[in-house]
Design a protein around this ligand. Structure first.
Ligand code: NAD
Length: 234
């Protein structure tokens, strides 16, 4: 088996579930009571900007009441102590990996605490409510800010960096993601194609489970700290 130096870790909504952040598709197939098509597409924003702004304003506001859990903290510890290459790719728009202390981190689907101005094209750190239509902190124009979230049909961020890391990694680990959203759902096959070992940790088998060398089923808050401790001992 190839020695492990370079690691890519993909996380999804499941890693934040034990912190109290709702996952994407609950048992009812809805995201916090909304159909995905009504809140997570550019068409939805064009049709009803007020509803979409309020939806993400509520998600942003709720971040103040949640905290990183044992899984976020374990990945931050791994980031601190792992001397090889490591890239943590999160699909999450919450900031729990950042607050836990992960630094080698990219948010491929954007961030709730960021806003994107369609007038000047710039992104800015943002707290508060976009539904109040504040001025852009960069260009001072009103009416241009939208959530800095990658919606269905839009291009995820950092793809060049992610693809380069996938081609170099010896181990690819997927945590708390249903494997239903592309291109992230395809990363396991890309990493496997380049010879990496692949491991998933999820509450139940994801849609791409068959592509992983190993699947561990259970809660991220229990599985991830145990896996990190084991890896740091090797
Ligand atoms: P998803 O909701 O489709 O899947 C979550 C997966 O996590 C499920 O397979 C579920 O079984 C598993 N899971 C639930 N609780 C778990 C736990 N305690 N431990 C381990 N696994 C657990 O989420 P996804 O695959 O990330 O795709 C959703 C999209 O929704 C992403 O694009 C993301 O941007 C967005 N989203 C983000 C957040 C967030 O930032 N926390 C929340 C909801 C949605």
């Amino acid at each position: 088996m190839r020695e492990i130096n370079n690691i890519v870790i993909l996380t999804g909504a499941g890693i934040s579930a034990e912190s109290g952040v709702a996952t994407f598709r609950g048992p009812d197939g809805l995201w916090e009571g909304h159909r995905v098509e009504d809140v997570a597409t550019p068409e939805a924003f064009a049709r009803d900007p007020d509803l979409v702004q309020k939806f993400y304003d509520e998600r942003r506001e709720k971040l103040a009441g949640v905290a990183p859990n044992a899984a976020h903290r374990a990945l931050a510890k791994l980031d601190r102590l792992w001397s090889g290459e490591l890239l943590l790719v999160t699909q999450n728009v919450d900031d729990l990996h950042d607050r836990a202390g992960s630094e080698r981190l990219v948010h491929m689907h954007g961030e709730l605490r960021s806003a994107w101005c369609s007038r000047c094209g710039e992104r800015s750190k943002f707290e508060g409510k976009l539904a109040f239509d504040p001025a852009c902190p960069r260009c001072d124009e009103f009416g241009g800010l939208r959530p800095d979230i990658v919606w269905f049909g839009e291009m995820p961020y950092h793809m060049d960096k992610i693809e380069a890391a996938l081609a170099r990694c010896d181990l690819f680990v997927s945590i708390g993601t249903s494997g239903a959203v592309y291109p992230a759902a395809g990363f396991v096959r890309t990493a496997g194609h380049y010879g990496a070992r692949t491991l998933e940790m999820n509450l139940d088998p994801s849609e791409g489970s068959i592509y992983f060398n190993e699947s561990q089923m259970g809660k991220a808050g229990e599985l991830v700290p145990a896996w990190v401790e084991g890896l740091l001992k090797t």
